[in-house]
Design a protein around this ligand. Structure first.
Ligand SMILES: [Zn+2]
Length: 237
């Protein structure tokens, strides 16, 4: 493709979306966006860029956090404080959160500004009362699988790009799990935002480096159809 391209485009060329790539859009749900119960700062600003990037991928998968009402990850389940308190689950220490993404609630809905009609799969996770699931692949106990790896392998989708929320929890855990499972994992950091509890971004970055998870900006990803956003939200360079 594009044989006339100059050598300087070599790197961005390697990031051109391929038929064997998938874009994973993690947890772009009302509760994680401004106004939601577990809002991630500035998360609304990445929606136009996600829509534009998704249009360049043949295969797009969305994830949806999907918790029962008395979920183990909710501070209210334990009468404790969110963000700062933890509980000891059977599988280890579980950070506690405000109630969020309750099954069937408005907060659990995908944001209506997402425009990705060719989405092929919406994967729900975290639906077991006693196990949280940051990762789209393996729940927080480390052994319960969501089935996503099998789905991707059967469809021969081998290189995965990650956008969405939150960088230091569900997106990060998903990319790390993907790399451990043998997929090539690429995180589009300009189209993600972090919860940013003490040390969580640094720990995520360190894991990415250790496992070879690549960090790129949306601008580095090829695709000739792309035109810069003319919408109300300016995207950082
Ligand atoms: Zn959750």
């Amino acid at each position: 493709m594009a044989p006339g391209s100059s050598n300087s485009l070599h790197l961005s060329h390697s990031l051109d979306p391929r038929p064997t790539d998938a874009l994973l859009v993690i947890d772009m749900q009302m509760d994680f966006l401004p106004g939601g119960s577990l809002a991630v700062a500035d998360a609304d600003t990445i929606i136009p860029g996600i829509n534009e990037l998704a249009a360049r991928f043949d295969h797009v998968i969305l994830t949806q956090d999907w918790h029962p009402r008395r979920h183990i990850s909710f501070a209210t389940t334990h009468g404790k404080q969110p963000f700062t308190d933890t509980v000891e689950a059977a599988y280890g220490t579980q950070t506690l959160w405000p109630e969020h993404a309750v099954q069937g609630s408005p907060g659990a809905e995908l944001h209506p500004d997402l425009r990705i009609p060719h989405t092929e799969l919406i994967l729900r996770k975290g639906f077991r009362e006693q196990i949280d699931s940051y990762s789209a692949f393996t729940e927080n106990d480390g052994v319960t699988h969501t089935g996503l790896a099998g789905y991707l392998r059967e469809r021969e989708l081998t290189r995965l790009f990650f956008v969405g929320l939150a960088y230091d929890f569900c997106l990060g855990s998903s990319a790390i799990a993907a790399a451990r499972l043998g997929f090539e994992a690429i995180v589009v950091h300009t189209l993600s935002r972090a919860v940013n509890l003490p040390g969580t971004v640094e720990a995520t970055d360190a894991q990415f480096r250790r496992l070879g998870v690549r960090l790129v900006s949306a601008d580095e990803i090829g695709g000739s159809q792309f035109t810069p956003s003319s919408g109300p939200v300016g995207e950082g360079a």
